[in-house]
Design a protein. Sequence first.
Length: 293
Amino acid sequence: MGGKTERLDRRGFRCYSRRGANVEPRLTLALAKLIDAKIPQHWPYGERFPLYAGQLGGKTVSFAYLPVGAPGTVMMMEEMIACGAQTFIGLGWAGSLRENLLVGSFIIPTSSVSEEGTSSHYVDHKTSVTPNSRLVELIREACKEEGITAETGPVWTTDAPYREFVSKIVAYHHQGVLAVDMETSAMYALGLVREVDVCNLLVVSDELLHEWKPAFRTPELDVANDKARHVILKVLEKTSPIVTPVKSDLAQRVVFNLREETCCENFESPKCLPADRRSCLQTLSRLSEITKL
């Protein structure tokens, strides 16, 4: 790729929210300030969805704030993968479906029930998507060091927070589902297909099982978010260096994969319709700009 290049960090911390609450940008910025991380020159989203790159314990890391919901989250993760990222630790909020998971509780999703539309573009409905087991253990250990017991188990991922009916909440509760969020199943599906390590840590922001108990923008949730920040830093400090191909090679391989998946086996084939070819060109143009990172 032409132009100035800056290697994107191989360890990605990404932050997202549910139900439209806008507190994670502050958490992402707070983490970035701890290591004096900066937004790379060529990051295309600027301060709207910032990504901060810096050093932690002699290792390069990134802290990113991504959109609410599966489509935007996975789209930007794809772009970070094209730039060389191979490990993603997600921190987000979730609505509890269990009596014992009160506001401020911690959850490590180890499986998911998908009701979002993104993961079906990566895997079929029979495919089980799970987090990276090494990251699960690292996050669990870091939680213990902070005096936190993190529950592990399935979560329900939805595209429609205002369609979380009581009947669904009760049904998933009886199936042993711990909580509901808007990104986990799609992130795990992406990790499986792109062969990158992904694991999420969810903080309970509201309780749904009986009467709805929201705790957005409360001191109680702020305390839990602060604890989560320390957990994330501990995990990043413990992760070992990742040896990957040179960024440009990895980016070219991802672009090639996206090109083939967007239309047909051969981009120049007569079977590739004009509309498909236009879509391919847009994808290639977008990734060629992003891989200047």
